[in-house]
Ligand binder design. Structure first.
Ligand code: DQA
Length: 141
């Protein structure tokens, strides 16, 4: 099974960025672990800080893969373009947020994407990605 993970802006700084909120681990390091937990999954990983590049990746990987784990980071709260891209994708999309966005500033309480995703995992740290992949690999059509 081919599964895409797409991370949005500033998630390239995981491990260095606000470690009290996002932890001490880089995503690359975590991805190595994910690959060993799911040896049968063919992972496509993409990160960008640029809105349009994320739209391109959602369109492209959304047609090449069988499931998508998406943390659009701050764009989750602002981007109609990313919401429209998610709406168009035909595969299951799990929205992940590392932090509990509902326990943070009010502007993080709304995600423009949530209405169009299959499911949502918030506040469980990086483990949210593993839980999302677990769901995608075991889900019944
Ligand atoms: C985030 C939450 C967003 O509000 C924030 O802008 C991020 C990361 C999370 O994973 O908790 O960059 O999506």
């Amino acid at each position: 099974m081919r599964i895409a993970i797409i991370n949005g802006p500033n998630l390239n700084m995981l491990g260095k960025r606000e470690p009290d909120i996002y932890g001490n681990r880089s995503f690359e390091d975590y991805l190595t672990e994910l690959k060993s937990v799911f040896p049968d999954v063919d992972f496509a990983y993409y990160q960008s800080n640029v809105e349009g590049e994320l739209v391109d990746a959602i369109q492209q990987l959304g047609s090449d893969c069988e499931g998508l784990v998406l943390n659009a980071a701050a764009y989750s709260h602002t981007s109609l373009a990313i919401a429209d891209a998610v709406k168009t994708v035909q595969i299951p999309v799990i929205e992940v947020h590392i932090s509990n966005v509902y326990a943070r500033e009010p502007e993080r309480h709304r995600s423009l994407l949530s209405a169009y995703v299959t499911g949502l995992i918030v506040g469980l740290g990086l483990d949210g990605y593993r839980l999302a992949i677990n769901h995608l690999t075991s889900r019944k059509p």
